[in-house]
Design a protein around this ligand. Structure first.
Ligand SMILES: [Zn+2]
Length: 198
């Protein structure tokens, strides 16, 4: 063994991260070893704190450090308007447009029967539950115009058909096949403002 065990252990752990192979993990570990101890302890502590404290909001399933996320707790937002997104990255993209003032519902995935992802694997029944309980007036589907996004949008529109709720979707500003999280601010703003009934 070239490296002492504590260093070898760090390299093994880093090498498991996406995009890092054995070589870049070694380079990163050696870099960290040269940094001042406080800086490395701060990094280690932030990893620990992130894993211990970040969880899903009990209402919208966005990331949160408490039972409810900041957005759900914001009294300035319209609780009758709920924007459905695939994941927290897509939520961040809608939020960055600065025009949406409702709440969110994060599905944590899109329907994809080919990959074995059915309605039970994503948070759709929780959405139905919210529509029943929270007097939601409009569900805005901000799902990527991809095959999985379209399939998920149709499925949600179908299950909400019998509820007194308006279902809308983003206008076609977001190019077909593009994932919502990559949409720029202006595109997202236009798509939100020109949303259409489904
Ligand atoms: Zn929330």
């Amino acid at each position: 063994m070239v490296f002492p065990e504590p260093l070898a252990r760090l390299i093994r752990n880093l090498a498991r991260l996406p995009g890092l192979g054995e070589k870049s993990a070694t380079r990163l570990a050696l870099y960290l070893l040269r940094r001042p101890p406080e800086e490395v302890f701060e990094l280690a502590e932030s990893l620990k704190e992130m894993r211990e404290k970040v969880r899903l909001c009990e209402k919208c399933f966005n990331f949160s450090s408490g039972p409810r996320c900041d957005i759900c707790q914001d009294p300035e937002r319209n609780p009758r308007l709920v924007c459905v997104v695939e994941d927290p990255a897509a939520l961040a993209s809608v939020e960055a447009s600065g025009v949406f003032r409702g709440l969110y519902h994060v599905l944590h995935g899109l329907l994809s029967p080919r990959d074995g992802i059915g309605p039970k694997e994503i948070r759709v029944s929780d959405l139905l539950e919210r529509v029943r309980r929270e007097k939601i007036e409009e569900v805005l589907l901000a799902l990527s115009p991809t095959v999985a996004g379209e399939a998920t949008a149709s499925y949600i529109a179908e299950i909400l058909k019998d509820y007194p709720v308006k279902v809308t979707r983003l206008a076609c500003g977001v190019p077909m096949g593009m994932e919502i999280k990559y949409a720029d601010r202006i595109t997202m703003k236009r798509a939100l403002e020109a949303r259409q009934p489904l």
